[in-house]
Design a protein around this ligand. Structure first.
Ligand SMILES: C[S@@+](CC[C@H](N)C(=O)[O-])C[C@H]1O[C@@H](n2cnc3c(N)ncnc32)[C@H](O)[C@@H]1O
Length: 264
């Protein structure tokens, strides 16, 4: 799937690129507790829907930066920002998240830990990108139930349980301020909306030279979901606090408790 029309179709029915309902997103943003005059950074932002909603709901001094490597998604994000008169407050930057060095008061990293080297490396790197006393919304997959060997082949062997995810956050120096997981309806909606744009394209373009390939890809994804990871793969959303006083995550006694989470 490489033509611009097909790419646009793929994401056309998605609110964002993660299993997350509107009400769940509202709760997460509430727990992120954006202070006035703060800056919000979204690493691996896609088209930045969550970032845009966060900034839109915040006082007008709050600004945001979305970082992604996908130019088409960033262009879409800029257009959404302009539509909502947020273009003066939210910028979208083409940049590798792994090389991003500007910290922010609040950081979103949802479904993009792989861009920072995987869960633990991402959590560690993000301690340098969240200002002291700041907060991080970290969305990451975990196994809700034991995966089959086929699922480990499909998703890699780095994914652990929810307890592992929480422990990884702890040992990298974070305090858990909020924890919730995507429910089955959010997953079904995510998978359906991922498929729907391309299914609609396929129904409208059955004679296109790419139709067979697209149809096979969609059938395969749906089979993998309903016959494989549905109900097995989870998505956890952690709102994590960084202590105001600098701890040394990853370099000292990682079993010692982290310092107080500062209020903003
Ligand atoms: C699963 S999507 C999540 C997008 C967004 N956070 C959301 O919730 O809608 C992962 C995103 O990470 C981006 N990405 C992948 N590698 C990246 C990198 N090295 N630097 C920045 N973004 C990257 C992809 O382009 C994609 O938009």
């Amino acid at each position: 799937m490489s033509s611009p029309a097909l790419r646009a179709a793929r994401y056309a029915r998605m609110r964002w690129n993660t299993p997350l309902s509107d009400s769940h997103a509202e709760l997460l943003l509430q727990r992120l507790d954006l202070p006035a005059a703060s800056h919000l950074l979204d690493l691996g932002c896609g088209w930045g829907e969550l970032l845009l909603r966060a900034v839109d709901a915040a006082p007008t001094e709050v600004t945001g930066t979305g970082v992604d490597v996908d130019e088409a998604l960033l262009t879409q994000g800029r257009a959404l920002a302009a539509d909502r008169s947020l273009d003066a407050r939210v910028r979208f930057v083409a940049h590798d998240a792994a090389d991003w060095r500007e910290p922010a008061d609040r950081v979103l990293c949802v479904g993009a830990a792989h861009a920072l080297g995987g869960t633990v490396d991402a959590l560690r790197a993000l301690t340098h990108l969240v200002s002291p006393g700041g907060r991080l919304l970290f969305g990451e997959v975990f196994w809700q139930q034991s995966p089959t060997a086929e699922l480990i082949d499909l998703f890699g062997d780095q994914t652990g349980s929810l307890a592992d995810l929480v422990e990884q956050a702890r040992v990298t120096g974070w305090r858990v301020l909020h924890l919730s997981t995507a429910d089955q309806r959010e997953w079904d909606d995510f998978e359906s909306s991922w498929l729907a744009g391309s299914q609609e394209w396929l129904l409208a373009n059955p004679a296109d030279p790419q139709a067979t390939e697209v149809g096979d890809e969609l059938d395969s994804r749906l089979r993998q979901y309903v016959g494989g990871y549905r109900g097995i793969l989870g998505l956890g959303y952690l709102v994590l606090g960084r202590p105001r006083a600098a701890a040394q995550p990853g370099s000292g006694d990682e079993s010692s408790p982290v310092l107080e989470v500062a209020e903003q």
